[in-house]
Design a protein around this ligand. Structure first.
Ligand SMILES: Cc1ncc(COP(=O)(O)O)c(C=O)c1O
Length: 446
């Protein structure tokens, strides 16, 4: 059977057992949005209906779906070496993958600690930050500073530094010693900005205020997404990230960029750090590193941080941290193949070239019913809709459900913000098609 021929897939007859993550389970189980196959820019339902992928899965399938080199790399790796522990043992591809990721990073971000997901990457970075100050004799530096509306996955570290209320309020007291900078979003000043908004760079000064309050001698690290994604797409204001870097450097505080979604081409560069000319001390990554094909996350660490741990006797473990699946062979093989595709097809540069056309096409939705703001950056868009009279999230949910069933489009929503982040292989005509699907969806849920 050729890869493009839809195959009949098994319809599961028991939807009850699986407790679906970040999902309205009861609504889904009444009217499932079931996907059984994917290729290129499309998913296919169990009935074989194509669904345009407007979200690269969950911001991860940057090279598109079912890419032969990635499939073949995973298959070959499974034949050769299914699993090998990364504690005290190694396998060649994990070293190769680390070197390839490090080569894409700016400055001396040249060591990679692998994890299994973005959430694990974030917890890893936070732990390395605190441990770094410990091993360098500044053990009082333990505080972590995040930002309102930030998303850093779902581990206790990540939700503590994160700033999305629903992700925090059910889970107790979280980590102690965490503070938050204000969000950079202000609709009045920024509405319908393409790229980085002009207003808001000064909000980085809030970090100075927080550091003064706690004293730099207690602060380990600041963590931000260069572009806040999961909260609804908030590009950084002009100059904001540079200012954060300056303040962190001045006070001896580590700066962590969470690039789990902004990495691997989403903003037209390997990492947003390059786009903004700002070198953080650590970069968290995941998702696009394997184009979503096998779970993998990791942290890029500057040389000085790695070196600080390389002390004591040679036989001693330097960092008591790691995961069974840190650098899993299948993930390492998938990463190498995905990085080859990005390079060979120039997908990062392509994204840069497409950005103005994408922004223009998405901004044509201004004036559609209930649209109160649109933000674009790289191949990303956030579209804010006025909430339904019955309460927040209802219109967002209705749009996602309508788009799937009636327009054959996968989109994401956060609250009443629609988020679009297609695979980086999207063509110009597919951008037009996607925008028209979104337009009809917005009208349908008005
Ligand atoms: C910025 C950011 N950090 C961390 C994560 C968590 O990644 P994962 O779901 O792989 O744990 C995400 C997921 O969307 C993310 O967007």
């Amino acid at each position: 059977m050729s890869p493009s021929t839809p195959r009949p897939a098994e319809q599961p007859n028991d939807l009850e057992s699986f407790w679906m993550p970040f999902t309205a389970n009861r609504a889904f189980k009444k009217a499932p949005r079931m996907i059984s196959r994917a290729e290129g820019m499309h998913y296919y339902t169990t009935e074989g209906k194509p669904i345009m992928d407007g979200t690269a899965g969950l911001w991860c399938c940057n090279a598109g779906h079912a890419r032969r080199p990635i499939i073949q790399a995973i298959q070959a790796q499974a034949e050769e070496l299914d699993y090998a522990p990364a504690f005290q043992f190694g396998h060649p591809k994990v070293f190769a993958a680390a070197a390839r990721v490090a080569a894409l990073a700016p400055g001396d971000l040249d060591h990679v600690f692998f994890a299994g997901s973005g959430s694990e990457a974030v917890d890893t970075a936070l732990k390395i930050a605190i441990a770094y100050w410990n091993v360098t004799g500044k053990g009082s530096k333990t505080r972590l500073i995040g930002r309102e509306r930030g998303y850093h996955g779902v581990g206790f570290g990540g939700i503590s530094v994160g700033g999305i209320v629903s992700n925090r309020k059910f889970f107790g007291s979280l980590l102690a010693g965490v503070d938050h900078m204000p969000t950079t979003y202000n609709r009045e000043k920024q509405a319908f900005s393409k790229g980085e908004p002009e207003w808001g760079g000064h909000l980085a000064d809030e970090l100075e205020r927080i550091v003064t309050l706690h004293d730099a001698s207690t602060v380990a690290a600041v963590i931000v997404e260069p572009m806040a994604g999961s909260t609804g797409v908030l590009p950084p204001p002009v100059g904001y990230l540079k200012k954060l870097r300056e303040i962190c450097t001045k006070h001896g505080i580590l700066l962590i960029f969470d690039e789990v979604i902004s990495g691997f081409g989403r903003l037209g560069y390997a990492f947003a750090a390059e786009r903004y000319g700002v070198i953080p001390d650590m970069i968290c990554f995941a998702k696009g590193v394997t184009s979503g094909a096998v779970p993998m996350g990791g942290v890029l660490v500057r040389k000085g941080i790695y070196d600080a741990f390389m002390n004591g006797p040679d036989h001693a473990i330097e960092l008591f941290h790691g995961y069974t699946y840190s650098g899993h062979p299948l993930a390492a093989a998938a990463a190498l193949a995905a990085l080859d595709i990005y390079r060979e097809e120039g997908l990062f540069e392509r994204t840069r070239d497409l950005e103005p056309l994408w922004a223009e096409a998405i901004m044509s939705l201004k004036g559609e019913p209930n649209v109160v703001d649109i933000r674009t950056l790289g191949l990303v868009a956030g579209i804010d809709l006025i909430p339904h009279a019955d309460g927040p999230t209802k219109r967002g949910f209705a749009a996602m459900d309508h788009a799937f069933h009636n327009e054959g489009l996968m989109l994401r929503y956060t609250g009443d913000t629609l988020a679009l982040t297609p695979p980086l292989i999207i063509t110009e005509s597919q951008i037009d098609e996607l925008v028209e699907k979104v337009r009809r969806t917005i009208r349908a849920v008005a």
